[in-house]
Design a protein around this ligand. Sequence first.
Ligand code: FAD
Length: 456
Amino acid sequence: MSAFTDELVKTCRGQVLLDGAIPAKLLSDFIGALKGHAEAYLKAADRDDVIAAVKLAAAHHVSVTVRSGGTNLVGATVPDGGLVLDVSGLNRVLDFDAANMCVTVEPGITQKDLIAYVESRGFIYPPDPAEKLGTIGGNVSTNAGGMRAVKYGVTRDFVLALELVRPDGEVITLGRRVRKNATGLNLKEIVIGSEGGFGVITKVTLKLVPKPESSLSALLCYRSLDDACRSVNAILGAHLDPTAVEFQERKVIAFAEKFCGKAFPEPSSKAYLIVTFDGTPQSVKERVARCKEVAASCGCFALIPLDDEKITADIWEVRGAVARAVNATGPWEPVDTVVPLDQIAAFMERVGRISEEEGVRALGFGHAGDGNVHLCVLRDAIPKAQWPKRLDRTLARIYDAAYELGGLISGEHGIGKAKRKYFLEHADPSERELMLGVKRSFDPENRFNPHDAYAL
Ligand SMILES: Cc1cc2nc3c(=O)[nH]c(=O)nc-3n(C[C@H](O)[C@H](O)[C@H](O)COP(=O)(O)OP(=O)(O)OC[C@H]3O[C@@H](n4cnc5c(N)ncnc54)[C@H](O)[C@@H]3O)c2cc1C
């Protein structure tokens, strides 16, 4: 034991595991392709434990990898030594404030538990990342998005305030229980999306929205991916105020169907959109009908309103299982590119060409309503020894294509360790220098998630 681990064991009340005793899954992310190592792992018992561990790490100049649900897809929780500080045990609701329509929670509360809590009180928390076992601390740290971002926005748009344990152990609160804030630089915004690089978030106050009266989705079927992509712009431009506009290639849905043992309708489709509307029962029905007309003019050959409980449940189950289904088939790499709305079709065409030329399958799905294109890049039968090089070349070309079309590497998953190389290749030098300056002012010793995008 080092002096650091010795003191950690004596000071903290949460579970401590040392080096060889830390299970591999606590040293990785959801995919598990990258494996890290750490001197110690602490599952913090409470906020005091977090503060004590951060102060100890500072005194011993030990690096800290913050971990919560561990569902990230970018190697963000893959440590290169030091302490893994797991905050998933800090999972209480601290305060529910109906008058100000907000809730204050600890960072380890899962999205699933938060949703159940606020919906039972007549509210929704609109950000809707597909992985419900991700936690609010993780969502805030990655600025997670989700299906409802088209109408409501992403995590950033719902964080009123947060508490941060800074790398030296000092605790600060950024933001307040207010809806507007023009009081000085808005540092809260900088911490949102900082991927654990600026300290540990120990408390978050989130804005809520009254639960919509009703919600209706529709499945739209297309004979080509191109038609589906072009339809997105038409639907968004038709004043229909959709909550979600999702797209899926038929090929990716086939994986999830097999995984779940459930089927999507119209299997001859090459691509699908799922469009959701919130509002009064009358209004959502009218907007679905109007959506049918708009989509038909772009090649939609069938629109199925999801008003049958069983079909709807099956469709959402299959859609929600895509990442897990692909994960179960073997090695793959998730891609989270975002492009301007009018470039989705062009981007998918470029991806198709790259995929063919490189002999690497890349299947698409994602949040079409905000240009966020997810790809599953599959190893299939490519020999293990060839995979890293083939994957790297394919990814480099896909990211080049995204940038050439005005897009970026990540819409919602963040950069982490896995995408750092591509991020650095494309980062504007002045912008990067400013980012490093911000990182230095929060974490001058570069100890928090030093493997991540913002590391010095
Ligand atoms: C099947 C599947 C579907 C997904 N769908 C979506 C989706 O629709 N949208 C989306 O945005 N993401 C999605 N994700 C990715 C993932 O769920 C999100 O990135 C989520 O925000 C991670 O939360 P987590 O609690 O698991 O965080 P972790 O994976 O534990 O950590 C993620 C990052 O946040 C940091 N962090 C975590 N907690 C704290 C804290 N308290 N203080 C400071 N830093 C912290 C970590 O250091 C790390 O950098 C999906 C993942 C899977 C597996």
